[in-house]
Design a protein around this ligand. Structure first.
Ligand code: DPM
Length: 317
């Protein structure tokens, strides 16, 4: 493999760079002699900061520019937070590798004034900063005393806004905080009984050109089988419900013997209706488990909830 080259496209945020550097270092260890270059760029999702995420509505908000680089052969792979990667990829590209997942849970981060509080004991009207419809709907369902305000920008910017008093608390992915060395800001890990995490949360997805066998073989060394099976079940569930990355859909996965158990939920934006169920099956066919769970939730009315949400938040076509 001596003399060969690999070009990585990445977003520029601190979190994206930490993740991409990790992938670069692991690939360098696995393939001595491989020359690896990183091209960092901003995506639409990094540039449009004054519009609520859900209103932009576009799938692939954080991934399109990176994908374009691969399609014109200026990059070989793109490193993403798997949860930002749409379930349907552009023609010519594929999800080549899923890395070992960190704790996929969401975390509560509080302003210094609330160090003695929990989600349940925050004062009436306390302002939670989040742009995630998934977090909003589930927390509204369980904690009607809280209010919600949109927050955009990367993790560090959000923490600065919290500390400046714009919010009483934030909900952020524990994995992102951990990777940034900010694990000490985690005040409470949110119990999956209260709020399910996003599809793919905590794992990295490495995208490459479909059929690029040499590159695929290079990145496959970073694949983590159990994480991949969990995430493929979660992604099949989301794909089957035709949800983009901005819908109130949450999941949780666990193994029991040879079985994989997928829990999933769909909620209305006011948190009043929340449909939650689980599906299990042999872990060698994760897609079937995801598809089965989507059908179960549809039978319980998930389709109607999602229709309403698309009508409410989607930009005019
Ligand atoms: C997606 C969502 C958010 C990100 C929606 C969701 C959170 C937006 C918000 C699809 N992408 O989770 O329901 O809360 O306002 C994002 C983060 C990470 C990847 C940051 C975070 C890091 C964790 C990981 C933004 N994408 O969720 O705190 O790698 O899973």
């Amino acid at each position: 493999m001596a003399g060969s080259q690999l070009r990585i496209a990445s977003r520029r945020s601190q979190l994206a760079m930490v993740q991409t550097h990790w992938v670069r270092d692991e690939l360098a260890k696995a393939h001595p002699g491989l020359e690896i270059a990183i091209e960092a760029m901003a995506t639409q999702g990094d540039k449009i900061l004054d519009v609520a995420l859900a209103k932009i509505g576009d799938k692939g908000l954080f991934t399109k520019e990176l994908e374009a680089q691969m399609l014109v052969d200026r990059a070989d792979i793109a490193v993403h937070s798997l949860k930002d990667l749409p379930t349907n990829l552009p023609e010519g590209l594929m999800l080549g590798c899923i890395t070992e997942r960190e704790d996929p849970a969401d975390a509560l981060v509080v302003h210094a004034n609330h160090k003695d509080k929990t989600l349940a004991t925050l004062p009436e009207g306390a302002v939670v900063g989040t742009s995630s419809l998934r977090r909003l709907a589930q927390l509204r369902h369980h904690f009607p005393h809280l209010t919600f305000k949109d927050v955009r920008g990367n993790v560090i910017t959000r923490l600065e806004k919290l500390d400046a008093g714009e919010f009483d608390c934030l909900i952020l992915a524990a994995a992102g905080l951990g990777r940034l060395g900010l694990g000490d800001r985690i005040h409470e890990l949110i119990d999956p009984a209260i709020s399910l995490h996003a599809v793919g949360q905590g794992a990295l997805g490495i995208e490459c050109r479909d059929g690029d066998a040499a590159v695929l073989a290079q990145i496959k060394v970073l694949e983590h089988g159990p994480t991949a099976r969990r995430c493929l079940a979660e992604r099949a569930f989301l794909r089957e419900l035709e949800g983009g990355c901005q819908v109130p859909i949450g999941v949780n996965t666990r193994f029991e013997g040879d079985d994989l158990i997928l829990t999933g939920m769909v909620a209305s934006l006011d948190g009043v209706r929340l449909i939650r169920d689980e599906s299990r099956g042999p872990q060698h066919d994760p897609e079937a488990i995801g598809i089965n769970l989507a059908q179960k939730l549809r039978e319980q009315g998930a389709g109607a909830i999602l229709e309403e949400i698309f009508a409410a938040v989607r930009p005019e076509a």
